[in-house]
Design a protein around this ligand. Structure first.
Ligand SMILES: Cc1cc2nc3c(=O)[nH]c(=O)nc-3n(C[C@H](O)[C@H](O)[C@H](O)COP(=O)(O)O)c2cc1C
Length: 371
């Protein structure tokens, strides 16, 4: 065979092999729109009960663990439970964030029930963050209930990239705080506290990325491949972490848990945080009077009311909780920002030019309901 013909043939074979390999690979990020909500009915839920619970589960949670379950008592009467198999012992050893997330779930549930014509009666059952039964909830048909726009629940999402650096307009800050000055503080990016928050967020992330208990827990909740994402319907997907294009393709096909523990991955996550904190209108803090279960649930509800309002104003919010989670940074927090009460949420905020669609996954209702 002539040398040129041989080279052409080998070249085409390599191209065909490359294209075939690519076509057989995990080609695109698995997103919410790809997941099928399976409707096996192990419990005879009414269609509106199912819809309300599905909407409730669109609440945010740390690492998207979705740490709730529903114990079905009778139609329209449930217990909201605390699923200890989903606790984040590495970053949330007291289950503070678990209870906050369950509070966010309750707020969605209340709004979704309102939209379906029900009022909710919540009775808190838990006295510690570790109790299994958190809240008893009863729905009753009510004529004058708040007709909440559930599109807001469906469209809410955490956004982490491409924040603008404009400070929040006065009226937008007032709209978000909504008179709750005792609970929500805005630290604009022009203030010295903002600088401190940026530096300490980076510092806390450095500490956490090199703390193996926290890093291996993170590894367990990252869903690199589409197969893993589709199977679990929870955790941090690449789409959720906003890793797209060639880096996304590479991670989907070649990365696994062990890679998360390598220096390269830890350092890249820290670099990402450096880039993120450089983009914002500032920080929003949600504080509370104490750490009682009821207070944490109310604080989670307050977070969710805030999150549901921001998309209309093209404002994004990114919880960055590491300062609170790491003892070395947490002990400096209150005195450095001049706040005495417990800080429950640290939220980076900013305007966006383009608001992306929600992509994070949720388990179907049947996976979190039990008798
Ligand atoms: C208590 C709590 C803590 C969180 N901490 C962080 C965080 O430190 N960093 C981060 O990127 N996202 C954080 N999040 C956001 C979640 O990762 C996010 O809600 C989850 O992945 C689901 O995505 P979604 O909000 O787009 O639906 C937190 C959320 C909650 C409720």
């Amino acid at each position: 065979m002539k040398r040129r013909k041989f080279l052409t043939l080998t070249g085409s074979t390599i191209v065909v092999a490359g294209v075939t390999y690519y076509l057989l690979s995990d080609k695109s990020n698995f997103v919410r729109a790809n997941s099928k909500q399976n409707e096996t009915t192990k419990i005879p839920l009414k269609p509106d009960e199912r819809e309300i619970l599905l909407l409730a589960s669109l609440a945010p949670s740390g690492h998207n663990t979705q740490p709730w379950f529903i114990k079905y008592t009778e139609p329209y009467h449930w217990i909201i439970g605390n699923d200890k198999t989903r606790w984040l012992r590495g970053v949330d050893p007291t289950q503070r964030e678990t209870i906050l997330s369950i509070g966010a779930f309750m707020q969605n549930l209340e709004y979704a029930a309102g939209n379906a014509g029900y009022s909710c009666q919540f009775d808190v059952l838990a006295s510690t963050n570790q109790d299994e039964h958190i809240v008893d909830v009863k729905l009753t048909k009510a004529p004058n209930v708040n007709n909440y726009d559930i599109e807001k629940i469906k469209q809410r999402r955490t956004v982490r990239s491409n924040y603008l650096n404009d400070v929040l307009e006065k009226e937008d800050a007032a709209y978000l705080i909504n008179g709750e000055n005792d609970f929500i503080h805005y630290i604009p990016n022009s203030s010295k506290e903002h600088q401190w928050m940026n530096e300490q967020t980076i510092e806390a992330n450095k500490i956490q990325s090199y703390r193996d208990a926290a890093q291996s827990e993170l590894a367990n909740w990252i869903r690199f491949s589409s197969k893993d994402a589709a199977k679990n319907e929870d955790g941090l997907t690449l789409a959720g972490m906003e890793i797209e294009g060639i880096p996304g393709w590479y991670l989907r096909n070649f990365y696994n848990k062990a890679d998360v523990m390598k220096k390269g991955f830890r350092d890249q996550s820290i670099d990402k945080v450096v880039q993120q904190v450089a983009q914002s209108a500032g920080w929003l803090l949600i504080i509370s009077k104490d750490y009682a279960v009821t207070t944490l649930l109310e604080t989670g509800m307050r977070l969710q009311r805030l999150l549901l309002k921001i998309r209309d104003k093209n404002i994004a919010i990114h919880p960055m909780t590491q300062i609170i989670e790491e003892a070395a940074t947490n002990q400096l927090l209150n005195s450095s920002i001049g706040i005495n009460e417990p800080v429950q949420f640290i939220l980076r905020t900013g305007y966006l030019k383009n608001y992306p669609e929600p992509v994070s996954l949720r388990r179907s209702v049947d996976k979190f309901i039990r008798t």
